[in-house]
Design a protein around this ligand. Structure first.
Ligand code: PMP
Length: 308
């Protein structure tokens, strides 16, 4: 039987024993930064492949830096701990790792300084997050601005913005929200980056459009350029441009690569998954399960049968 383990206060403990107090600063004020890392199960190899684990811990360190949090562990050490957690937990299915650097001090007072800080990691089984193809709408909620809470830092408190958009989308019958930034340009989904294809070019919003700079997105762009020879452009995108795009898709650790077939009740292109999205998706899924020799460096194996 798989038993989930967690890393808390410098120790690996059963998840059931990983508890924090009600006065914890991060719980009260949203003062934490986090990551999501996929562990993709490969049935044939009987192994979990952690996708771009180093890049995720590096982004965690950058988020921590923006909030002036001290991260006690190095990126190397966190990578090792993550692999150990997966090994010990023993899941034979897709999982999701949640590292977090959080203000752990049990003190009152809104601030980022002079509060104790800790790093935790837990994991959970995590099947597909979005349906195979997504129907989206434009949210009435705008993406938070860098002048409020910087969205390039993955701050827990920011996710109220995402949750408002996601719930509105779901309660209105859509799978996911597309959020505009304060300038009215397309920013991203509630937990995904967004791309469109027009005239054979792959186009995405710029890092200055209040997006989280996605690790899945960077991987898909690399595949598009190197494997499909596509031109990739970062520029502002208007909402109405999505209506006339040939193809639209979203990327994210949870969502993987999800084709968007409808935006605001208008079919994207023909309303079917387009050829570029299909090719990229096929390539991407090969890579993340550890089946591509060329992109094996994106995958860190855990649950290596020989060491169990
Ligand atoms: N934007 C937001 C708001 C997200 O929460 C995520 C998920 N981490 C992404 C984009 C996609 O980033 P990544 O591909 O690195 O998971």
């Amino acid at each position: 039987m798989p038993t989930p383990y967690a890393y808390l206060r410098g120790e690996i403990v059963p998840l059931a024993d990983a508890k924090i107090g009600v006065m914890t600063h991060a719980f009260n004020y949203g003062t934490a930064v986090f990551e999501g890392i996929r562990g993709n199960w490969n049935e044939e190899k009987q192994q979990t492949f952690l996708f771009r684990i180093r890049e995720h811990f590096e982004r965690l360190a950058q988020s921590a830096k923006i909030l002036r949090f001290e991260m006690a562990d190095s990126v190397d050490r966190l990578c090792d701990i993550a692999v150990e957690l997966v090994d010990r937990s023993g899941y034979s299915e897709d999982i999701y790792l949640r590292p977090m650097v959080y203000l752990s001090g049990e003190v009152l007072g809104v601030r980022l300084h002079n509060v104790e800080c800790d790093t935790l990691i837990f994991l959970s089984p995590f099947p597909a997050y979005l349906p195979e193809v997504a129907r989206c709408h434009t949210s009435t909620w705008r993406r938070v601005n860098d002048t409020g809470i910087p969205p390039r830092a993955k701050v827990t408190g920011i996710y109220v913005n995402s949750a408002l958009a996601k719930t509105e989308a779901n309660l209105n019958g859509f799978d996911e929200a597309i959020m505009l930034n304060e300038d009215g340009h397309v920013s991203e989904g509630s937990g995904e980056n967004i791309f469109m294809v027009r005239k054979g070019k792959l186009i995405a919003p710029t890092p200055a459009d209040n997006i989280l700079e996605g690790i899945t997105a960077a991987s898909v762009v690399e595949l598009a350029r190197k494997e499909l020879g596509l031109e990739y452009v970062e520029r502002q995108i208007d909402r109405s441009e999505l209506y006339i795009a040939d193809e639209v898709f979203m990327t994210g650790t949870a969502a993987h690569l999800t084709p968007v077939v409808e935006v605001d009740r208008r079919p994207v292109g023909t309303g079917q998954v387009g050829p570029i999205t299909r090719s990229l998706s096929d390539l991407f899924y090969e890579c993340i399960r550890g089946n591509s020799e060329k992109y094996q460096h994106w995958c860190t194996p855990a649950r290596v049968p020989a060491v169990r």
